[in-house]
Write a protein that binds this ligand. Sequence first.
Ligand SMILES: NC(=O)c1ccc[n+]([C@@H]2O[C@H](COP(=O)([O-])OP(=O)(O)OC[C@H]3O[C@@H](n4cnc5c(N)ncnc54)[C@H](O)[C@@H]3O)[C@@H](O)[C@H]2O)c1
Ligand SMILES: O=C[C@H](O)CS(=O)(=O)O
Length: 483
Amino acid sequence: MMMPEVIYRQAFINGQWCDAQDKSTYPVNNPANGEVIAHVSNLGETETLEAIDAARQALPAWQKLTAKQRSQYLQTWYQLIIEQQEPLARLLSLEQGKPLTESRGEILYGASFIEWFAEEGKRTYGETIPSPLPGRRITTIKQPIGVVAAITPWNFPNAMITRKVAPALAAGCTVVLKPAPETPLSALILAALAKKAGIPDGVFNVVTGTDAVAIGRALTQSPVVRKLSFTGSTHVGKLLMAQCASTVKKMSLELGGNAPFIVFDDADLDAAVTGALTAKFRNSGQTCVCANRLLVQDSVYDAFSQKLASAVATLQAGPALEGDFQQGPLINAAAVAKVQSHIDDARQHGAQVLTGGQPYLQDGFFFQPTVLTGVTENMLIANEETFGPVAPLIRFQTEEQAIQLANQTESGLAAYFYSRDIGRIVRVAEALECGMVGINEGAISNESAPFGGIKQSGLGREGSRHGIEDYMEIKYLCFGSLD
Ligand SMILES: NC(=O)c1ccc[n+]([C@@H]2O[C@H](COP(=O)([O-])OP(=O)(O)OC[C@H]3O[C@@H](n4cnc5c(N)ncnc54)[C@H](O)[C@@H]3O)[C@@H](O)[C@H]2O)c1
Ligand SMILES: O=C[C@H](O)CS(=O)(=O)O
């Protein structure tokens, strides 16, 4: 089994591998079989404050470098990750569970943000503004915001980190990262490769631990931390917003989703099935942009349902490193229970299971890829983010009803729809309340596009030319008379 030469188990602060002060550790488990992969340092508030201080001390020298000098460090980091794609992918699949093909893709996706922002950092232009007043000259410059705290989720243990750390470092900021306790190994090996790339001590720090509240308290309460970038649930995002208020931190929030996937009567149904497999079942339904509700127009509902159920029934689930599977396990028992509760509620209110519907009786947290018909908008599964491999099909009659159903939740991250009528495409794309729309496409994420949501799905955008702006401040310079 090709794995990294070494699995890093200690936190990474000021360029050094370090234990918790009390030497405590916690187990990281393989969700495919429950086996312990490694015991990782279990840090708390005190050690987090040390990491913040390391980032503070490293900031002046890092931000003094030119953007091109920082870019060269990032390019070296990018190359080291690409060279290690296979071992990094295998480690990611081991701790998160996703199929190896998806992990390989995530390593490339995560690295693409480093490659992208290595260039974007050189384009953080200021401006010269014609003065309305005589004797004055008006300019602006862009400056790094300073020490950044990043908190990331378990579902993309590599890419959610680089989508924050790459623009932050490119802008001249330094970072303290708290990865998800379920998947710290991918974060730690990214730190090891950053060190190997020569990124100076204290610029990128990783604090591992299970006490998210204590670590988060240190990150949100410290006045040294000028920005918090969070990816995770809407519930936690709201808590962190409140905690950051006392120090008026700049925030980026990438939160929960509840994406509608609309199939109109003029859709290419085979293309819609292909798109639904990607948008619904990628990472076993554990992505923030997963289709959470499939809205299908009445006249094509039965045909689409059968086509989708037939395709879903062919998806094979299993341990990523033991075969070529298309579905991995869910992250833990609670995730399995939530999926089961959504299915049970739907069935109690009249929905039918076309395929799947049960956990796999295996050591790990596997759940059968599932298609439900007869789902209505008042069921739990239509209103909560399921975060699992279940496609609930809701029937609609008119375009107006589809848009009303699509927009009825508090989320506004992604949406998808299939239609070949250009007038309908423009109307629906403009009417959907979300940050990102897939039109006849189920795979929308890449480094060059602005990723993010509206309503209670978050603040700001990651990736694209916009992604670096959230790590910069605009300073206005007013020059008095130089004549
Ligand atoms: N919008 C996006 O880009 C995006 C991407 C991935 C996941 N998500 C969302 O994240 C959720 C799933 O991920 P999750 O289960 O890891 O989310 P989560 O909110 O439970 O945890 C996310 C991170 O926050 C930390 N955390 C939890 N409670 C905290 C607290 N009180 N203080 C400080 N940190 C705390 C966790 O340890 C983890 O590192 C889903 O809702 C999904 O939609 C959104
Ligand atoms: O789960 C959230 C990720 O942002 C998904 S994606 O890979 O960026 O689409």
